[in-house]
Design a protein around this ligand. Structure first.
Ligand SMILES: [Fe+2]
Length: 352
């Protein structure tokens, strides 16, 4: 017999209690680790927690999803992890974080057919996707793009963008090529209350135009679709998202506009939008105390929550190859919950 509505509610409540009990079963902070900065980043020390153990343990996966969402980015130093396992990891973290069943792994619009590690692994390289030249960011020192212009959140031009992502740099320069992450929670917390309130009512357009231009310059074949979720279709690579986004795992509010993909705030005039976005991009890049800088070593692994962080590579490689593999899980359609809290507000109330 089908359960009544009351029984269904009771079952759902039990499931929710079990789920939250599982989250509390494992405290990953019991393993040797340190926080890289007060606001963002946690690193597990060598010889302690192994990512191979996390991959086979549902409770540890759930605890890691929570930790990544709280700290923004988590680093492992001895992660002997294959591209296939990278995919399994971010998919499992997304599921532990409660993502929709239709959201899988992202297929980048410019993924070329027959790529060595398959459609769901992006090769991150300082060489062009098409061809063998180094990107301008790593070319002539006098013509390089400014580091502050590299800040972005992955694939926000998708209707359903990313929750968790992981990166391994397998071809390492002897020095250089660090990656920086910044906290979108801290970016929100540092705004004045009137500006926070104003931004909470706004939406912004995100565009993958840079990829379309690159694609057009190299044959102009249709970009890939669908790209890991039924919502991520179409050739225009355009999406509209709230300017302040609630992270469903932590319940915290974060700034969700980024220099690489956000083109305008929908409700404002063009000059107003340009001025406000310019201020917000500067706010992220200029506050180095909301950032963490990570130096890659062999077998280093970074896992971050794309809903609540920004990141940027460091363009200090003089014609030296830097290459790695990235896997990107797709999460939920971004939303703003007016009853959600800021990170600092929530932590302060828990401390009391
Ligand atoms: Fe990225």
């Amino acid at each position: 017999m089908a359960p009544t509505a009351v029984e269904t509610t009771a079952v759902d409540s039990l499931k929710a209690r079990l789920a939250s009990a599982a989250l509390q079963e494992v405290d990953l902070r019991a393993f040797p680790h340190f926080d890289n900065t007060p606001g963002i980043g946690t690193e597990f020390r060598a010889g302690g927690l192994q990512i191979s153990d996390v991959l086979i343990d549902r409770a540890k996966l759930a605890a890691l999803a929570r930790l990544v969402s709280e700290r923004g980015v988590v680093f492992f130093r001895e992660a002997d992890i294959s591209p296939e396992e990278q995919k399994e990891l971010v998919q499992a973290l997304g599921e532990a974080g409660g993502k929709p069943a239709t959201s899988k792994l992202h297929v980048h619009p410019l993924t070329l057919p027959g790529q060595v590690d398959g459609d769901e692994i992006s090769i991150i390289s300082n060489k062009f996707v098409f061809g063998d030249k180094f990107k301008q960011s790593d070319g002539d020192i006098r013509n390089r793009r400014l580091g502050k212009d590299q800040w972005h959140t992955d694939i926000t031009f998708e209707n359903v963008p990313s929750d968790y992502a992981s990166l391994v740099i397998h071809t390492l320069p002897a020095v250089g090529g660090d990656t920086l992450w910044a906290s979108a929670y801290e970016a929100y917390d540092r705004l004045s209350a009137p500006l926070q309130t104003f931004l909470e009512g706004l939406t912004a357009e995100h565009s993958g135009e840079s990829f379309l231009r690159l694609n057009a310059a190299h044959g102009g074949n249709p970009v890939r679709e669908p790209r890991g979720a039924p919502e991520n279709v179409g050739q225009d690579l355009l999406a509209t998202h709230p300017v302040i986004r609630t992270n469903p795992v932590t319940g915290w509010k974060g700034l969700f506009v980024n220099k690489a993909f956000t083109t305008r705030i929908v409700e404002l005039t063009r000059p107003e939008s340009d001025a406000l976005l310019g201020f917000l991009f500067e706010h992220v890049s200029a506050n180095h105390d909301i950032q963490v800088r990570f130096r890659w070593e062999e077998n280093s692994l970074a896992i971050w929550d794309n809903r609540s962080t920004f990141h940027a590579a460091t363009a200090d490689l003089d014609g030296v190859l830097r290459e790695g593999t990235r896997s990107v899980s797709l999460g939920e359609r971004p939303f703003f919950d007016p009853s959600s809290r800021s990170r600092r507000e929530d932590l302060a109330s828990k401390a009391n």
